[in-house]
Write a new protein. Structure first.
Ligand SMILES: *Cc1c(COP(=O)(O)O)cnc(C)c1O
Length: 421
């Protein structure tokens, strides 16, 4: 059993659904991102079941994976989208996503991005500062429209996750301190071209406990009651994303557990008239993808053993950026080689270019490895560092597969560059 249900061994060979991974490596080369369509559907189903009979809007936090094939799948399943840029909005529109189900997050929205989102007719702007409120009002006024707004508040709860992916603490750049929120809501109410519709928070990522969400919820409910007392009525409460996935042996928080707890508390306070918005990213896509790579060289040095593979930090930066742990599987683990402790590293000229450390394997040169749980914050964070073309992306559906983004060509990497006369 691997960490991802739709990537499993059949006859000793790792498959994506019914497709043997060596077939894909042979056909499309490596490094290669491979996604499972069924895994996307299953992840969505967990949210659909949890939301059943309740007023819940799930907006896929698309910065986790914004390939059009992934967006299209979620759009067809009824998903909204949580966007963080004008570029992401363009992707949503490109697949025919409903702007009425789009929430626009982010601390640094530029005027052109606000304009594009107002023109498209997004559900809501999740505003993160007073300065942004002013700018949004101005942009809306110039266009002669009203901008729907929610304030992203910072509930100052500790999601007990990695500091780089924890966002709900006071010292963080995100959101408005919850004590300041009533004053800023009142200010927002004065702006002629803003319409206050909600409140939101996003306390962090890879969260595996319900407690931080409920701490945040309690603080938000108190705020909503305070605002009601000031004559400001909200329509929705957005709890952000952050539900974790299994990278190794984590016990998971399920959408059902989260929403059961949330609605129980809302009902107890008679706040269940509010629509609940969620912005899951990682939990919808993380285990729907792997990064397939080939072992180029084995290097048995005195202090360490290295498996040098053809994927690198430009393809998957999470290990070096967050010290993230990705499970690694041998695609055809038949090897008669000696078992050793390996660091799995890429060819990039940086010591930080590693994908996994100190893993026991019996490796042979030329064999294939699968870096698991690479559906989220993987391809979307990739770059062309060292003039390496970005990997191709393949979507598997049962025994069919399709290139949903071809490997970049070398020429395309510098085709638009010019030299000075
Ligand atoms: C990144 C992000 C998300 C998605 O977070 P996950 O941990 O991937 O679920 C949701 N909302 C906001 C505002 C974000 O920045």
């Amino acid at each position: 059993m691997t960490v991802a249900p739709h990537f499993d061994f059949k006859n000793g060979i790792l498959h994506a659904e019914n497709v043997p991974l060596p077939t894909l490596a042979e056909k499309f080369g490596t490094p290669l991102y491979v996604y499972s369509r069924q895994a996307l559907r299953d992840a969505w189903e967990a949210y659909r079941v949890a939301a059943q009979g309740r007023d819940v809007l799930v907006c896929f936090g698309m910065k986790a994976n914004s390939n059009l094939a992934v967006l299209n799948e979620f759009k067809n399943l009824g998903s909204g989208f949580d966007i963080v840029s004008g570029g992401e909005l363009a992707r949503v529109l490109a697949v025919g996503g409903d702007p009425g189900k789009v929430v626009f997050s982010g601390v640094g929205k530029q005027a052109w991005e606000m304009q594009a989102a107002l023109k498209a007719g997004v559900k809501c702007f999740n505003v993160e500062s007073e300065a942004e409120l002013e700018q949004l009002n101005l942009v809306a006024e110039r266009m002669g429209v009203i901008a729907p707004v929610s304030l992203r508040v910072n509930p100052d709860v500790d999601a007990q996750t990695h500091p780089y992916i924890s966002t709900g603490l006071k010292e963080n750049k995100f959101g408005i301190a919850i004590e300041e929120a009533p004053r800023i809501y009142q200010q927002a109410a004065q702006f002629k071209n803003l319409n206050i519709v909600g409140v939101d928070c996003h306390i962090g990522s890879q969260i595996t406990e319900v407690a931080p969400y409920l701490d945040a919820l309690d603080k938000l409910m108190l705020l909503i009651e305070t605002l009601a007392g000031l004559g400001i009525q909200l329509k929705h409460l957005d709890l952000g994303g952050g539900i974790g996935i299994r990278y190794t042996d984590e016990t998971l928080l399920t959408p059902t557990t989260l929403l059961d707890h949330v609605f129980k508390r809302l009902e107890a306070r008679k706040l269940d008239y509010l629509q609940i918005v969620l912005e899951p990213g990682r939990s919808l896509v993380g285990n729907a993808g792997i990064l397939l790579t080939k072992v180029e060289y084995l290097k048995h040095a005195e202090a360490k053993n290295f498996a040098i593979v053809d994927a690198a930090m430009n393809d998957l930066i999470r290990p070096t950026l967050y010290d993230a742990w990705h499970s690694v599987e041998q695609v055809c683990p038949a090897g008669h080689a000696e078992v050793r402790d390996y660091d799995i590293v890429g060819p990039i000229c940086e010591s930080g270019d590693w994908l996994a450390r100190e893993r026991q394997f019996a490796l042979t040169q030329g064999e294939l490895l699968a870096i698991m749980s690479a559906g989220a914050y993987a391809f979307t964070m990739s770059s062309q560092y060292n003039t390496r073309p970005r990997a191709a992306e393949i979507m598997v559906d049962a025994d069919r597969y399709q290139v949903v983004r071809p490997r970049e060509s070398l020429e395309s990497l510098f085709a638009s560059e010019t030299t000075m006369p």
